[in-house]
Design a protein around this ligand. Structure first.
Ligand code: AMP
Ligand code: GLY
Length: 423
């Protein structure tokens, strides 16, 4: 089977690695891919958000399955565009992707489904938003409703900070058009876990649990990022809690999507906060998490392509997955400035050394995120450069294995958290 994987980050490298391992895959194309992925198949110079070009390529190459990694092409309707040409794709339709791409829509769906979430309100007028903040005397969270690379959320200590956040997003447009609509909600408290499920439109298969570390600094300090590392399983998400989440969140969500005739065949990712009042949903994503996917897929022993096809053909109820019982940890190595500076100011183009020595260690995979080839050398090209992932007999061992590999890798300005897997 000819497969096209869309995307070129650490998550897609992990997905490509599992696709390549499947006997069902005869040819793997990746658009755009990255230098790490290039070893697994054929990279194609089309960007992940070039919907028309990707569709034309899939038609020309008679692709039999398209797997979409990132949210942008999903929100732009890539799956709808492929469907119009009869090409099967793993990932939701444009409408389904609104669960992530429009936090106001997502909030409405949660409310309609009686899914536990923070109390909140949506605003398109800054005056109304300011009046609302002034009427609340409690800690608030202000969110840009649109896509902002996981950074469009400002958690505010007090109402003054919330007023600043409203102005920053709606007046100064710090998140661009993503902040034309905002959601203001109560601030919840508790540890966070991610729950990912394969979905075929009717059936959901809850994956092993995972947890990511969103803040740039050790002990969860500094600004939020797309994720500085992750581990699986997350001991916090006990099987009892998992059952609660399935019953209270995943099943009602699927019912509502079905009622609205929204076609969702892909991954639903629920960002949860475990509050004193039970698990509540902070957000839904419409795809695999990055970097959760890297440690998670290291633990998947089943054929990933079989599962992806089961989702696409609505046969997920016939699938059981095998997981390695050993935990996995993934540590993100980021470029200088990542997390602190706007993306375009993060240092790029510096040479990366030591990858082969790191990857040669047992039970270790080094997944590329922001890397590029320049004059025959591997250089950094993005904020999150690599995700060094390792299995171990227990979490402590997995952590040790991952950090032993990290120590072999060097590039100028490299930053990473030292506490991934400790939560
Ligand atoms: P989101 O993109 O909506 O998941 O938000 C990003 C991060 O902001 C989450 O991982 C939380 O750490 C934090 N956050 C979002 N919503 C809330 C909330 N209602 N209360 C407290 N923290 C929140
Ligand atoms: N790790 C957070 C995300 O993928 O959105």
């Amino acid at each position: 089977m000819k497969i096209l994987l869309v995307g070129g980050g650490g998550r897609e490298h992990a997905i490509a690695w599992k696709i390549k391992a499947s006997p069902l895959c005869t040819r793997l194309f990746m658009a755009p891919g990255n230098p790490g992925m290039a070893a697994l198949g054929e990279t194609v110079a089309i960007k992940a958000d070039q919907v028309a070009e990707l569709t034309a390529f899939a038609v020309k190459e008679k692709i039999e399955l398209v797997v979409v990694g990132p949210e942008d092409p999903l929100a732009l309707g890539l799956v709808d565009s492929l469907a119009a040409k009869g090409i099967p794709a793993f990932g939701p339709s444009r409408e389904g992707a609104m669960l992530e791409a429009d936090k106001a829509f997502s909030k409405r769906i949660m409310r309609e489904s009686l899914i536990p979430t923070a109390e909140g309100k949506c605003f398109t007028s800054m005056r109304d938003a300011i009046n609302y903040v002034e009427s609340r005397n409690e800690p608030l969270v202000v969110k840009a409703a649109g896509l902002a690379r996981g950074k469009g959320v400002i958690v505010c200590a007090d109402p003054v900070a919330a007023l600043d956040a409203v102005r920053d997003i709606m007046e100064k447009k710090i998140f661009g058009a993503a902040g034309n609509t905002i959601v203001i909600e109560e601030r919840l408290d508790g540890p966070e876990v991610s729950l990912l499920a394969f979905v075929d439109g009717r059936t959901a298969y809850i994956m092993e649990s995972a947890q990511d570390h969103k803040r740039i600094g050790d002990n969860d300090t500094g600004p939020n990022t797309g994720g500085m590392g992750a581990f699986s399983p997350a001991p916090l998400l006990t099987s009892a809690l998992q059952t609660t989440v399935e019953r209270e969140i995943v099943v009602p969500l699927l019912d509502t999507l079905n009622r609205h005739e929204i076609d969702f065949r892909g991954v639903i990712y629920a960002g949860l906060m475990l509050t004193a009042g039970g698990p509540k949903t902070l957000e839904f994503n419409c795809r695999f998490g990055d970097p959760e996917t890297q440690p998670l897929l290291m633990r998947l022993q089943s054929d990933l392509v079989e599962v992806l096809l089961a989702c696409v053909h609505r046969k997920l109820d016939r699938v059981t997955l095998r997981w390695d019982q050993r935990p996995a940890v993934g540590v993100v190595l980021a470029g200088e400035g990542y997390g602190w500076k706007p993306d375009d100011q993060v240092r790029r183009g510096v040479e990366i050394n030591g990858l082969d020595a790191a990857a040669a260690l047992p039970d270790v995979m080094v997944f590329h995120g922001g890397t590029a080839m320049k004059d025959g050398r591997l250089v950094t090209s993005g904020g999150r450069v690599l995700c060094v992932s390792a299995l171990g007999d227990d979490l402590a061992q997995a952590k040790k294995n991952a950090y032993s590999a990290v120590e072999k890798i060097h590039f100028p300005g490299m930053q990473y958290r030292k506490d991934i897997g400790t939560k």
